[in-house]
Design a protein around this ligand. Structure first.
Ligand code: CDT
Length: 317
């Protein structure tokens, strides 16, 4: 008997700086209900899905932005989403800014986090983003900041996977999808479905020549990650114009073949659903990507022992 999970990409359009959590959660409940009507069992929302992408601003005092973070999940504001999901029997995943507190209530850690919730409303796990892009210091010449490295420390737990939704599920967040190690570490744990939320400004300030390639690169990395690890990948955008910054939409559901099987057509709130056959993963992980048979880890030592590239000594010839 085949194992399938009907998975939905619940893309969101922009969230304004002044939008309340209640307004955002109401939008998410609407998307959840649309997805449920389409038969979804798991609904994936974007990275930082409860707020605007606040790393584009740079207050003098980072504590002034504490209101963009959650200190509990579910929280009072997100409980209606958890309740509606449980009532519908639909699981979901949601990106949010997480602030972990010391016992005295001061901030211990800040993470860019994604929670996975099962169909019965139980929290399966939280993933904290590992690859934090952008910069930490204020960069005055930018039209907007991408100061994620000020707001978030790298997740300390790496790339876990969980048994959920009848298979093995992993999470990654936005920039993680550009790094092959993200997929492979989960691939080595037998992942069958990787879910990912993203906020990708189309204008890449360090090299604007890449702007026209934003959609190509988004598809390229997720399709390669899916194929090379024999896994489903679901990438979900917060797209469109948000507080003056245009972000990539093009949410996609990708099969273990590497082919995109569903994609959004708009840049706003939109749901697409696919019946993902998890047994298709085996077609790849037992053949061309039979890791146990074909991988050569004795030759991969530099992957973990070295961080940056070191060219061989000598002059170019
Ligand atoms: N949110 C996030 O990780 N965005 C990055 C933007 C590029 S780096 C400034 C991304 O990889 O899409």
């Amino acid at each position: 008997m085949s194992r399938t999970v009907a998975v939905a990409a619940a893309q969101m359009g922009g969230i304004a700086r002044d939008d309340t959590r209640a307004e955002v959660v109401a939008r998410q409940i609407d998307l959840l209900q649309q997805a449920a009507r389409l038969g979804a069992e798991l609904v994936v929302f974007p990275e930082l899905a409860l707020t605007t992408f606040f790393p584009r601003w740079y207050p003098d005092d980072i504590d002034d932005f504490d209101h963009f973070y959650e200190t509990a999940m579910p929280s009072a504001e997100t409980t209606p989403l958890f309740d509606e999901a449980r009532r519908l029997g639909v699981g979901f995943s949601l990106g949010y800014a997480e602030r972990v507190l010391h016992d005295d209530g001061t901030t211990a850690h800040r993470y860019n986090t994604m929670v996975l919730v099962e169909r019965d409303g139980t929290v399966v796990g939280n993933y904290r983003k590992v690859h934090i892009p952008g910069h930490a210091a204020y960069e005055p010449d930018r039209p907007f900041q991408h100061a994620e490295r000020r707001y978030f420390e790298p997740g300390p737990d790496g790339f876990g996977v969980w048994r959920a939704f009848g298979g093995v599920v992993g999470m990654m967040i936005c920039n993680d999808r550009r790094w092959p190690e993200t997929y492979r570490v989960m691939g080595l744990q037998g992942v069958e479905l990787i879910i990912c939320g993203y906020n990708t400004p189309i204008h890449y300030v360090p090299d604007p020549d890449q702007d026209a390639l934003a959609g190509f690169h988004n598809a390229l990395v997720m399709q390669a990650g899916a194929y090379q690890n024999g896994t489903w990948v679901v990438g979900v955008a917060k797209g469109g114009v948000e507080e003056g910054v245009d972000s990539l939409a093009e949410s996609a559901i990708i099969a273990p073949s590497g082919r995109i099987v569903a994609t959004t057509r708009t840049r706003g709130d939109e749901v697409v659903v696919t019946e993902a056959d998890l047994d298709l993963c085996h077609n790849y992980t037992s053949t061309v990507f039979d890791f146990d048979h074909y991988r050569m880890p004795e030759h991969y030592g530099l992957i973990t022992s070295r961080r940056g590239a070191v060219p061989p000594p000598g002059e170019p010839r």
